[in-house]
Design a protein around this ligand. Sequence first.
Ligand code: LLP
Length: 415
Amino acid sequence: MNLIRYIKKELYVEDCAVSRLVEKHSTPLFVYSKAMIAHNWRQFESPEFKNKQMVCYAVKANSNISILSTLAKLGAGFDVVSQGELARVIAAGGDPKRIIFSGVGKKSSEIAYALDAGIFSFNVESEAELYRINKVAAGINKIATISIRVNPDVSVDTHPYISTGLKENKFGVSIEDAKPLYIQAKTLSHVSLKGIDFHIGSQITDISPFLDSIDRMLQLIDELSDLGISLTHLNVGGGIGVQYDNKSPLLATNYVKAVFEKVKQRDLTLIFEPGRAVVANAGVLITEIELIKNNGEKNFAIVDAAMNDLLRPALYGAWHNIHPVVEHDNLTSKVYDVVGPVCESSDFLGKNRTLAIEEGDYLAIFSTGAYSFCMSSNYNSRPKAAEVLIDGDTAHLISKRESINDLWRNEVLIK
Ligand code: LLP
């Protein structure tokens, strides 16, 4: 299903023409399709194993409260990594009992906040954190439900910055260290040991590392069971790759089916933490071409979005499709670098793109529903972009464009 598509040479998101949206909301503008988010979400739900799964959307992928509320209404659980994310989910109407708290460096105050909120479980990432959680829980007389994040040590074919399942990464504990840690955890007074979790990285398009990781986890679950430690949930993390370029995505339905196939004989609840696969292809960033420049060697389309709005190309060398919002009939194509106005050579949104464009045109940067607005900054004192969520023929403004005055809202001018 694709509701971000061209109808007679003009880009539409659901029933809204993007050129109308920019007239009203200006650029840079993030536009999301509500129906596509819902559709992507449902791909993770398996009717056959309904009572044996919990799908927890990874809030870090796109944390706008209207998007969280859209997902909460679909019955989503949530995977959070900070008090800020947890507070957002609660503000958006998410059910605390369906929240998992991940992350390598939870502060004691964050742990206490999560215990007070009554979250489902903590994903514990180290021995030190295990003791911290036990101590905080004891201090407020609560029992923390926990799962230990185990590093399956499988390699994945993705950008090194978003690969997390290797020993050299900071995440989780090794398989060898996991067993003694479970034995210790069992002795603690204020934790209840329920699960095991892993997350091997992001934008993974091959299913085998996921299945290999599950095999390793199941073996560990059996070994723990022999020691009298029985676990009730297996959290398989997120990481399902979407389509950015020509590389085929990993279809969520196939992935969920294959994962259940591995564990169906067991009495385990499966937890999924997808982020990108739910929102990436449901969003598009619209930008205006301010100037066209030729320096003899190269053509540049200088646009009004920049690395502060979309960091992925600069940080990971990520490739996003770029295409005019309204296609021209009779312009010749040229090869351009699409760049922003920020004073950094890494400020590019796409390199060597063949485009038939002129100044004043709008460009769409595709698959920017995930890890885009939420990674934006005010670098170069650029106000953050606006976001709209499309529902059929209605466009809801879900994040106002920052004003110039907003830029120093929290700064203190000393006299
Ligand atoms: N669970 C955990 C514990 C995670 O660390 C992550 C992502 C997810 C779930 C969701 O992964 P997903 O399904 O979205 O792949 N900024 C990078 C991606 C960083 C992902 C960090 N962890 C990017 O723009 O590609």
